[in-house]
Design a protein around this ligand. Structure first.
Ligand SMILES: Nc1ncnc2c1ncn2[C@@H]1O[C@H](COP(=O)(O)OP(=O)(O)O)[C@@H](O)[C@H]1O
Ligand SMILES: [Mg+2]
Length: 324
């Protein structure tokens, strides 16, 4: 049994009295010590999927309308969101793109880490502070016993993201969800933060769900990949199998969108157009308006998930394979 099993998850957004589907039948699983990458352009439903797992879909406009989420043998959706947070608080942790939105600017980072430790463990203030210094050491902040007294604005973007990782790890979670953790960072710092996450995973065995719009980031870091397009999994496989042969035209487009830094190319517009908004109704395959291979059939019928290769699934009429 996998640590996390998401099955046929549906999420809808309420707008003007009617529900618009935003996540439509998403399934994946993650084992202990494994990294799953979820990749797709902005607006595909990656963040809502991760917030659903964390039990953080708080406001009533966004609702889980179907499917199941099992974690460590527990069926999470049978619990209310607050119950779930109470039970799961120290077994799952999440980090976000912009650490400044999660860090409080008026408190020293050491106090914030210590506070987060004391929410989960009954230890003294001074023990929590010692643990904060240890965690800062673990995430390779230089001079941790001095930096523990810094305010967030006194640190660089990369250091703040390391502090967020330290806070996430303070409760020793089994699963870490990182939603675009390096998107706001420059390439070198991005690489360091990703290496840090991989290193911590090796040491602690944490399962990681890494969300990114950048297929290059996912390729370097993840054991397996789920490519998301407009609320569905367009293609999924182990990373090596995926790159051995990309099955979905969308994934091929994402690969071509990786900016080439060492050549004089600004950005290749590999996929024309944009992700349709929730309000735009579409028949057939959601990708067909942007797809070079699309036919009338694609415009009229949505593809089912089929097995492209063993353990490599795809939703495309043209990818071949057998329909499941
Ligand atoms: N609270 C919300 N209310 C209404 N629509 C939302 C809300 N959150 C997200 N959405 C919409 O749901 C879609 C998926 O959003 P999101 O999961 O954030 O995508 P991603 O993380 O892949 O960029 C987007 O079209 C977004 O505008
Ligand atoms: Mg997002």
């Amino acid at each position: 049994m996998a640590l996390l099993e998401v099955e046929n998850l549906h999420i809808a957004v309420g707008s003007g009295g009617k529900l618009l589907p935003v996540v439509q039948g998403v399934s994946f699983c993650v084992d202990e010590n494994e990294t799953l990458g979820i990749v797709g352009e902005s607006g595909c439903g990656k963040s809502l999927t991760s917030l659903a797992i964390m039990g953080l879909l708080g406001d009533s406009t966004v609702r889980i309308t179907g499917g199941s989420i099992r974690f460590d043998g527990m069926d999470l959706l049978t619990l209310s969101a607050p119950e779930r947070r109470a039970i799961m608080g120290n077994r799952m942790a999440m980090i976000f793109q912009e650490p400044m939105t999660s860090l409080n600017p008026v408190y020293r980072i050491g106090d914030q880490i210590a506070e987060s430790i004391r929410q989960h463990q009954q230890i003294s203030r001074s023990a929590a502070r010692d643990r904060a210094v240890e965690l800062l050491t673990l995430v390779r902040i230089p001079n941790p016993s001095e930096r523990v007294d810094s305010f967030p604005h006194q640190m660089s973007g990369g250091q703040r993201q390391r502090v967020m990782i330290a806070m996430a790890l303070s409760c020793d979670p089994k699963l870490l969800i990182a939603d675009e953790p390096t998107t706001a960072l420059d390439v070198t710092v991005q690489k360091e933060v990703l290496e840090l996450m991989a290193d911590l995973q090796d040491r602690m065995g944490t399962a990681i769900v890494l969300i990114s719009h950048d297929l290059g980031v996912i390729a370097e870091t993840c054991d397996k990949v789920a490519v998301m397009y407009r609320g569905k999994i367009a293609e999924a496989a182990a990373t090596a199998d995926l790159f051995a042969e990309l099955a979905h035209p969308y994934t091929r487009g994402l690969l071509n969108s990786i900016p080439v830094v060492d050549r004089d190319v600004e950005w290749l517009e590999a996929i024309p157009g944009r992700v349709p908004t929730l309000e735009e109704t579409l028949t057939g395959c959601a990708f067909h308006p942007r797809c070079a291979l699309a036919t009338d059939f694609c415009a009229s019928r949505a593809p089912e998930t089929s097995q492209f290769k063993p353990n490599h699934s795809v939703q495309c009429h043209f990818a071949g394979g057998s329909t499941t």
